[in-house]
Design a protein around this ligand. Structure first.
Ligand SMILES: [Mn+2]
Length: 373
């Protein structure tokens, strides 16, 4: 009888252990590895549900596309969004990535979720291009860059997103830009900043061999997208004919396509100021972007985060990369940047240090936070 009872306990324990294992593995799967449905516009996947579910409608969805070496940049962008999310808005990161990068994102983001008390959720999707001209789309301009054109059908479950290039960094809460959706009128479905501020230096007005938006075109590196409205507009059906007509004249790939589309539909586009898409072009010759409340999002296009041509770009990038969550932002970001920048500098962008640190300095005062050990 005793043996029988012991056996029963053993069987029950094994059963519980197996059950626990199954749950863990499933949980891992649902944490973001794409479920890989095979239709051409699928790749739908689920992120971990936290106590701040998508259903409450307040989550801010940030989309980034990561291919090849871009995955470290994408992670650094995500890190900066969390760092400066000082009002603790619930964030949802939507990562569209190459298969071999997915596991790395899952590991890093799971780790950060735990450290940051689940202030964000995430989901990871497979790259998805239309079957027709799939390879051409994939290679247009830079690998995977054209993915953003197909977000309306890739993310049928999402109403609105903030799309950012992987080479961007937040220096302020995402919520401030997100709240600009409220400024959209009834016909607008996208928001972007101008490509240039100055006609003498503008690219589109001097070189483009295709139509473009407004006087100077728009930069697509930071883009508010109301996906519901874009789907109603049948956005992707507008993209195809533009691509067919202009494919040999596109220099900046998907950004040119976006410019051509909004040339024909200017009433659909909301323009926000350069503070939210601040590039070296805004400071390298002279300061052409006012940014009265400081630089909010910095865009290190053309590799500025990884070169020393404008040292401040590289410094902001690497300081965020080295920052450890839950440590003091005043000492480990603001002070680090101040102390590391060699002034006077020959770089015009370096001279605008105060503009770059304006927002962080305002809200992360000295000794405001006690460092956790
Ligand atoms: Mn970019």
């Amino acid at each position: 009888m005793k043996v029988y009872r012991l056996l029963a306990v053993l069987v029950l324990t094994s059963f519980l252990l197996i059950w626990y294992y199954i749950l863990r593995v499933n949980n891992g799967l649902f944490n973001g590895i794409s479920l890989g449905v095979n239709s051409s516009f699928s790749g739908f996947s689920l992120g971990r549900k936290s106590h701040r579910s998508l259903a409450n409608g307040t989550e801010i969805a940030i989309v980034v596309v990561a291919c090849g070496e871009r995955h470290n940049e994408a992670l650094n962008m995500i890190k900066s969004a969390i760092m400066f999310n000082r009002n603790q808005a619930p964030l949802r990161f939507i990562v569209v990535a190459e298969e071999q990068l997915k596991q790395n994102f899952v590991e890093k983001l799971d780790d950060w979720q735990e450290i940051n008390d689940n202030i964000f959720t995430y989901e990871i999707h497979s790259l998805t291009f239309p079957e027709a001209n799939k390879d051409e789309w994939k290679k247009l301009f830079k690998p995977c860059a054209a993915q953003r054109l197909f977000l309306p059908s890739l993310l049928p479950h999402i109403d609105s997103v903030l799309y950012v290039d992987s080479d961007t960094i937040f220096l302020s809460p995402v919520q401030e830009l997100w709240s600009m959706f409220r400024n959209f009128n009834a016909s607008q479905f996208a928001g972007m900043a101008p490509e240039h501020e100055d006609k003498n230096a503008g690219w589109y007005n001097r070189f483009a061999r295709h139509p473009y938006y407004g006087d100077l075109g728009v930069n697509s590196g930071v883009m508010l997208m109301n996906l519901t409205r874009m789907r109603d507009f049948k956005w992707e059906e507008h993209i195809m004919p533009i691509y067919k007509e202009y494919r040999l004249k596109l220099v900046w790939g998907d950004q040119d396509i976006i410019n051509i589309l909004f040339h024909h539909h200017p009433d659909r586009l909301y323009i926000f100021p350069c503070d939210w898409n601040y590039r070296a072009d805004h400071c390298m010759y002279m300061s052409v972007c006012d940014a009265p409340d400081g630089v909010k999002i910095i865009h290190g296009n053309r590799g500025y985060f990884h070169s020393y041509v404008q040292p401040i770009f590289n410094l902001l990038y690497t300081t965020i990369e080295e920052y450890a969550f839950r440590t003091d932002i005043h000492s480990n970001f603001i002070r680090t940047v101040e102390d590391s920048l060699t002034l006077p500098s020959n770089s015009n962008c370096d001279k605008l240090l105060d503009k770059f640190l304006q927002d962080p300095r305002k809200y992360f005062k000295q000794n405001q936070y006690i460092e956790e050990t």
